[in-house]
Ligand binder design. Structure first.
Ligand code: SF4
Length: 320
């Protein structure tokens, strides 16, 4: 039985952060502290164990959840990622968001374990710009990782690029790159100034839409979020623009899980975190049902227009 929130949104997916550790330090990232990033290792004390993650997935499978995305931090810093994916219920589509550093060595094992899809963050095709944005010298490793993912059959591999002042000059070459590589797709992610505290890095995402509309051979509008897909050469480019976008939130079907095992109904809120107790099946059931019951769309419901072209918290949710 699929759970539906008060706004008619079915919950069909979960997004699980397996760690907040990361071997990159991207300038736009909101994580604080990188943690121990020497390489893939066992789960740390505060991270959910593989058993906890699998138990959670088995419970939400009962509620008709059909998709799981593993994220971080950098989820490949977990040495037991392959084990977790192998033990994920077969009925679920399994995907991974990664910075790609460790894919070269592990893409084949991940596929053998049951991974269906992968998103790799790649903010520039130029090693120097890449190093400036990610504070990492792993450019070659990431490029190799993307190739390994394509070779392992994880196609189309989605490249994620955050569009802001420091990457805007690289969008064109990235679009050309995917246009020539049928195994790749590009997701241009709108920059979220509220997460970095650097509003001056923002750029108008509509400009990118207009530029792509002129450039594309074909534009398709998808039902989900009314997202537009631009077909250029052999490639496909999508813009993910959730900021101040009530339509995006009205079509949000995912519940989040933090690496510490807290559930949350919305990525943008931290006031809706719920711990899953001892993570027994009953604890998980109760918490999952409560989180879905309390989910609200962020833009347009939790935040409403303040009459001055800005947003303000809906009074209904203050102190709720
Ligand atoms: S802001 Fe919250 S409600 Fe809106 S799409 Fe993101 S997670 Fe869903």
């Amino acid at each position: 039985m699929v759970l539906v929130d008060d706004f008619g949104r079915e919950v069909t997916g979960v997004r699980i952060s397996l760690t907040d550790r990361c071997n990159f330090d991207c300038v736009y990232c909101h994580n604080e502290g990188l943690g121990d990033t020497r390489g893939p290792m066992d789960a740390s004390d505060e991270e959910m164990s593989a058993d906890d993650v699998v138990r959670f997935l088995e419970v939400v499978e009962e509620y008709g959840v059909e998709k799981v995305k593993f994220t971080g931090g950098e989820p490949m810093l977990r040495a037991d990622l392959e084990e977790i994916i192998r033990r994920t219920p077969d009925s679920m589509e399994t995907s991974l968001t990664t910075n790609g550093t460790f894919l070269g060595d592990r893409a084949e094992d991940l596929v053998a374990a049951g991974l269906d899809r992968v998103n790799v963050s790649q903010d520039a095709l130029d090693p120097e710009a890449f190093a400036q944005i990610t504070k990492s010298g792993a450019y070659d490793k990431v490029t190799e990782g993307v190739k390994a993912a394509v070779d392992a059959g994880l196609t189309p591999v989605k490249l994620n690029m955050v569009v802001f002042t420091k990457t805007a000059g690289h969008v064109e070459e990235m679009v050309e790159y995917v246009a020539e590589n049928p195994g790749l797709q590009l997701q241009l992610i709108q920059y979220m100034p509220e997460l970095t505290g650097k509003p001056e890095w923002n750029i108008d995402i509509e400009r990118v839409h207009r530029w792509l509309t002129d450039l594309a051979d074909e534009v398709e509008v998808r039902d989900m979020h009314h997202r537009r897909r631009y077909y250029v050469g052999e490639g496909m480019v999508e813009i993910v623009d959730p900021v101040e976008n009530p339509e995006f939130c009205a079509n949000c079907h995912r519940v989040r899980v933090t690496h510490e095992g807290y559930l949350k109904g919305c990525l943008n809120r931290n006031d809706d975190l719920r711990p899953m107790g001892e993570m027994t099946r009953e604890d998980i059931r109760e918490t999952f049902e409560a989180v879905v019951e309390n989910r609200v769309p962020y833009y347009g419901e939790y935040l409403v227009r303040d009459g001055d072209d800005g947003w303000t918290i809906n009074e209904e949710y203050i102190g709720a």
